[in-house]
Design a protein around this ligand. Structure first.
Ligand code: SF4
Length: 358
């Protein structure tokens, strides 16, 4: 049976715990601004704190404020995002920075609704920005907070279902105190990230263990309930790694939407048929030498992509792509900053290593 809400006790217990054990040295907690909180929250949307920290520091080293970010090329923003995944986050960040500069004179909007009208900012991120940066009373409901509330209240059902999510938002609102909102918000995120862990929750040190449903009924491992499983489909593709006589590699700028949108990648061939004739027909190149590399599986949130990389030395005399902006001959040893999909970056690193060891 779900535990009845104990709102005042709950937030007090969480805040007392935070005063003793909370994290206060995360990079985005220093020089606290809307901009830094926003970037960190977007990075943390699908990624753990330890992974985010070096990306955040590099990103802030280059894009020190919203103006710098708005003025930068998207390619460079994607370069600093390479490896973090979910690249729509970086494209939205860049787009939103431009909107804030052009339509809000460089100042962040001060209401949840205004923030939510910007690309890539949902209700939880909007709440976190206003709660953490200016102590406004708004609930947050990221993955960590959902886990704590689901277990504490014994909420059945997958939290991605709208009815379950609605219930969690209500509980999150009830628990959010009138004062110390910034500390409470950080405390809830910390509690989920360091105590109420997904696999091995540390209930013995948890400040709310006494009234926690999952702890009292040994349901930690059944809550929150997981998404009903669909078997992940598998898609296949061939990466055509075309190298010219100078050792430069042909890259293609992907369309802005879709997987790896806006990133640079190898041209893709979708059929196992004769790669030689495909390269000739599409690019006008003839192949000198062809090498099939080890296949790679890259997993997205909703499908696996099985990649067959084919490395070919090509003669480029009759090029059909001269003057086409969406292609470039990339120097793997050079310093050009391009946003790339992770498997593309790894394959280019391998090729560069081979060049060095030759
Ligand atoms: S008692 Fe355990 S399950 Fe309950 S909120 Fe704390 S860590 Fe999570």
């Amino acid at each position: 049976m779900p535990v009845i809400s104990q709102a005042p006790d709950f937030s007090e217990q969480v805040l007392n715990w935070f005063n003793r054990h909370g994290r206060r040295d995360l990079p985005w907690q220093k020089d606290l601004t809307h901009y830094r909180v926003w970037v960190s929250e977007v990075m943390l949307q699908q990624t753990q704190v330890n992974t985010v920290i070096p990306y955040f520091n590099n990103f802030m080293g280059r894009f020190v404020n919203i103006k710098t970010l708005a003025e930068a090329d998207l390619d460079e923003v994607l370069y600093y995002w390479t490896g973090l995944g979910y690249y729509a986050r970086a494209r939205n960040l860049h787009h939103t920075a431009r909107i804030i500069m052009e339509e809000h004179k460089g100042l962040f909007p001060s209401t949840v609704d205004q923030l939510m009208s910007l690309p890539g900012i949902g209700r939880s991120t909007a709440g976190a920005i206003l709660a953490l940066a200016c102590n406004q009373r708004h609930p947050v409901l990221d993955g960590n907070v959902k886990r704590v509330l689901t277990r504490y209240h014994g909420i059945e059902g997958w939290p991605g279902q709208s009815a379950v999510e609605r219930e969690l938002w209500e509980l999150a609102m009830q628990h959010t105190p009138e004062k110390n909102v910034a500390d409470y918000t950080q405390a809830m995120m910390d509690l989920g990230a360091t105590v109420c862990l997904r696999r091995h929750p540390r209930c013995e040190i948890c400040p709310v263990s006494k009234d926690c449903f999952a702890n009292n009924y040994s349901r930690q491992h059944g809550l929150p309930q997981t998404k009903p499983k669909n078997k992940m489909p598998v898609r296949k593709t061939i990466f055509a790694i075309l190298e010219n006589y100078q050792g430069k590699i042909l890259l293609e700028h992907r369309p802005p939407a879709g997987i790896w949108g806006g990133l640079w990648a190898f041209p893709e061939c979708f059929h196992e048929d004769d790669i030689q004739s495909w390269v000739e027909t599409k690019f006008g190149y003839s192949i000198n030498k062809l090498e099939y590399k080890a296949p790679i599986r890259h997993t997205f949130s909703h499908f696996h992509l099985d990649i067959m990389p084919v490395h070919a030395s090509v003669k480029t005399r009759n090029s059909k792509i001269n003057g086409e902006d969406r292609y470039c001959w990339y120097e793997p040893w050079g310093k050009k900053y391009l946003g790339m999909a992770t498997p593309v970056k790894k394959l280019l690193q391998e090729i560069t290593l081979n060049l060095v060891s030759k």
